[in-house]
Design a protein around this ligand. Structure first.
Ligand code: AMP
Length: 274
């Protein structure tokens, strides 16, 4: 709930423990707001916790998500960029709600705000949740399929850095940059190989290959690309609670790769070990 999941950081950690996982990464969109609560829950439940973020980026009109693992939460460059993005997300959400309401879809900004936890990064899923709450749609997916998808007439952009800039900021913050689900199509066009190559030149460390949005072909392609560029291969379930169908622990990262991520980080933010 620090961004667009449906569970609090503690609930997330507890769900992971109950599912038998021993390592979990928390990567909310554009915020480290969930770290403190997740850390306390990890220590309580015996979970190893990798703290990170998922930065919403844009390149050539395409949405690109960048994972920053073990970033320093007080690194000024990265934090300023995230604050800028979060501020712009608020304006954007107001504009989207205005467009939807003008088209006769029953929705107010107050209803959307009621879905955003205090201090959380607001996003389209919160509009979807408000539409579910007031009975206009049955589920988040329905809201995305009808009005909230990237090509919808109601879609409005928010400020998002170029992914190469975000990679540099993650590196400056002592973290390890991994491109998230590059071949997912649900969020617009897939990322072209040449962008991953460009990002590798500025310090990208890995590619998230094992992901619910990737089929066998995308995984093969991802592995090949990572191998050709000397990048790490990661996997994660991109779990959002009941907000998405993804199951927690559906995809995982090899322990060797986690060790490598840890070794490559500055150590300013450590993996939490109980
Ligand atoms: P935003 O960052 O506000 O543009 O919203 C994008 C987020 O919406 C993504 O990171 C996903 O978590 C979520 N999302 C995208 N498509 C769907 C969908 N069909 N159902 C539920 N959540 C979605």
């Amino acid at each position: 709930t620090s961004s667009d999941g449906t569970q609090s950081p503690s609930e997330l950690v507890e769900t992971a423990a109950a599912a038998g996982l021993d390592v979990l990464a928390i990567t909310d969109h554009d915020t480290v707001g969930g770290w403190e609560e997740a850390t306390a829950a990890a220590l309580r439940t015996g979970m190893t916790l990798v703290r990170g973020i998922e930065i919403s980026c844009r390149q050539d009109g395409r949405s690109v998500h960048l994972l920053g693992y073990l970033t320093d939460p007080v690194a000024s460059g990265l934090m300023a960029e995230l604050a800028r993005a979060r501020k712009s997300r608020v304006t954007r959400l107001r504009l989207m709600v205005g467009k939807l309401a003008a088209a006769g879809i029953p929705l107010t900004y107050a209803e959307v705000q009621a879905q955003v936890a205090p201090g959380a990064t607001p996003g389209r899923p919160h509009i979807a949740d408000a539409l579910v709450a007031n009975g206009t749609v049955a589920h988040r997916d329905e809201a995305f399929a009808t009005w909230l998808h990237d090509r919808s007439e109601f879609y409005v952009d928010h400020y998002a850095p170029h992914p190469a800039h975000a990679v540099r900021l993650v590196r400056e913050a002592g973290g390890v940059a991994v491109i998230a689900h590059p071949f997912t199509r649900s969020q617009g066009r897939a990322v072209p190989d040449r962008l991953v190559e460009e990002l590798a030149e500025v310090g990208l460390a890995g590619v998230e290959v094992d992901h619910p949005d990737h089929g066998d072909e995308e995984r093969r392609r991802g592995e090949q690309l990572a191998r050709s560029l000397g990048l790490l291969v990661t996997g994660s379930s991109d779990y959002h609670g009941s907000g998405k169908g993804n199951r927690l622990g559906q995809h995982t990262t090899h322990p060797e790769v986690l060790r490598e991520i840890e070794d490559r980080s500055s150590g300013r933010t450590e993996v939490v070990r109980p």
